[in-house]
Design a protein around this ligand. Structure first.
Ligand code: GLY
Ligand code: MN
Ligand code: MN
Length: 435
């Protein structure tokens, strides 16, 4: 599919919403800075560069210091930072599907980019280069502007959904290759390399570092060490790929033939449970409903499998489900893997805090057509969370023999990426990765 028309429509929507924000906040122009490159202290090495997500949402141009100028009624300008430099690749600015939508300009220094912006009236700057932007006379990152931009970014255009869909296809290829490596008995590092090769990705272009967990490591929610040497009986792989700044966020839990059937059955049932939660996606309903349903469903599953020995009401009211499912059901997804704005109440302001007993829930918004988020229930055997119950008065509600038999498998997570549509939802992940 040719992206040109999709991008044209995307840019029209983004510039329209920027114009609305400018009119509501009484500014004449919006300047988006791509961002500055961080250099490690006392070093000349840099971490991989990530663009200001507001900039990245308007142009898929990599690298620091570029600027975009949006002035209502005028074609958007893009001023590219193009230093004269033979240390790094400084490719000429090639025509691409999106470049004709901008008036293009160049400068060979960050100061030069700022100077090329010229007089644009009362302008607001959004980005990290506060010193240069302030010196240029711009108002920098005012909350009344930024919250509106954040809010608008939650609703994805067809172009963005196509990018997320392409990222999902690459991510799915990575997951399939990684599963094959796991079943061959490869190490966590080997599985990571298989994912990269399958996704056609280099490490610095991943939306987030891969989480490759063999066996008990799956109980560490963000385990990055890749130390286990192989022949695992279970693999939890949380890994995504990117397409033009947009990343997918996919988790699958796989079992080897040597795995205990009790764990395998739990994996199968959590997968079915995850699809029931995806089916709850509905414009006009709060995303918190999905999170609360996840607790109830996970509680019922733990009781059915004999892990908990209590009623569902007790499992919820005494928060036993949070012992096994200690994170939120998901988060907005887009340019950032935890995309911005998940706790916003309205475009103009206000905060929707998560329920007090679920502080890690990153999205509390009412679902709208075009929102994209993850749905990622999990069941883990985290010793730190289990121990207070093992020794305490609540011990009788837990089946410790079964918990000790399952704990060497660490845990299970199933994570898909879902778009809210007028008729329900589109599951970008299952389109390319059945389970
Ligand atoms: N990959 C991080 C997360 O699922 O939120
Ligand atoms: Mn996620
Ligand atoms: Mn994830």
């Amino acid at each position: 599919m040719d992206l040109s028309q999709l991008f044209r429509d995307h840019l029209a929507k983004v510039t329209d919403s920027a114009a609305r924000t400018l009119s509501e906040t009484k500014y004449d122009a919006l300047v988006l800075g791509a961002g500055s490159q961080m250099v490690y202290y006392a070093d000349d090495m840099e971490p991989p560069f990530r663009s200001n997500p507001h900039f990245a949402g308007m142009a898929p141009l990599k690298g620091p210091h570029h600027a975009i100028v949006v002035k209502p009624g005028v074609k958007p300008r893009l001023i590219r930072w193009a230093p004269k430099d033979y240390w790094y690749e400084r490719a000429p600015f090639a025509q691409d599907f999106w470049t004709s939508e901008f008036d293009l300009d160049e400068a060979d220094s960050a100061d030069g980019v700022m100077a090329r912006i010229g007089p644009v009236g009362k302008a607001v700057f959004v980005g990290d280069d506060e010193t240069r932007a302030t010196a240029a006379g711009f108002t920098v990152n005012p909350p009344d502007v930024v919250k509106r931009l954040d809010w608008d970014r939650a609703t994805k255009t067809a172009y963005e959904i196509e990018c997320l869909s392409r990222a999902s296809a690459a991510g799915a290829s990575g997951h399939l290759a990684a599963k094959e490596a796991f079943l061959k008995g490869e190490s966590e590092l080997g599985i990571h390399h298989a994912f990269l090769r399958g996704a056609g990705a280099s490490e610095d272009l991943l939306p987030y570092p891969t989480i490759v967990c063999l066996d008990e490591k799956a109980a560490i929610l963000h385990y990055h060490a890749k130390r286990s040497t192989g022949s695992g009986r279970a693999l939890l792989l949380d890994a995504g790929a990117s397409h033009l700044n947009y990343g997918c966020d996919i988790t699958r839990t796989s079992v080897a033939p040597s795995a205990d059937a009790k764990f395998e059955n739990l994996v199968k049932d959590l997968d079915a449970l995850q699809l029931r939660l995806c089916a709850m996606t509905k414009a006009g309903t709060s995303y918190v409903e999905i999170h609360l349903a996840a607790h109830r469903e996970i509680g019922l599953l733990l009781i059915q499998h004999g892990v908990l020995k209590c009623s569902i009401d007790e499992a919820i009211s005494k928060r036993y489900t949070s012992v096994f499912f200690p994170h939120g059901i998901g988060h907005h997804l887009g340019i950032q893997v935890h995309d911005i704005g998940g706790h916003q109440k309205a475009r103009e302001g206000g905060v929707l805090l998560p329920p007090a007993e679920h502080p890690y829930l990153r999205n509390t918004r009412v679902m709208e057509v075009g929102h994209v988020f993850t749905i990622e229930p999990g069941i883990y055997f985290v010793q730190m969370l289990l121990e207070p119950h093992r020794a305490g008065p609540t011990s009788g509600a837990f089946n410790w023999d079964l918990i000790d038999a399952l704990a060497p498998y660490g845990g299970i997570r199933v994570e898909d990426n879902v778009v809210v549509t007028a008729s329900g939802h589109r599951n970008l992940t299952r389109e390319v990765l059945a389970n």
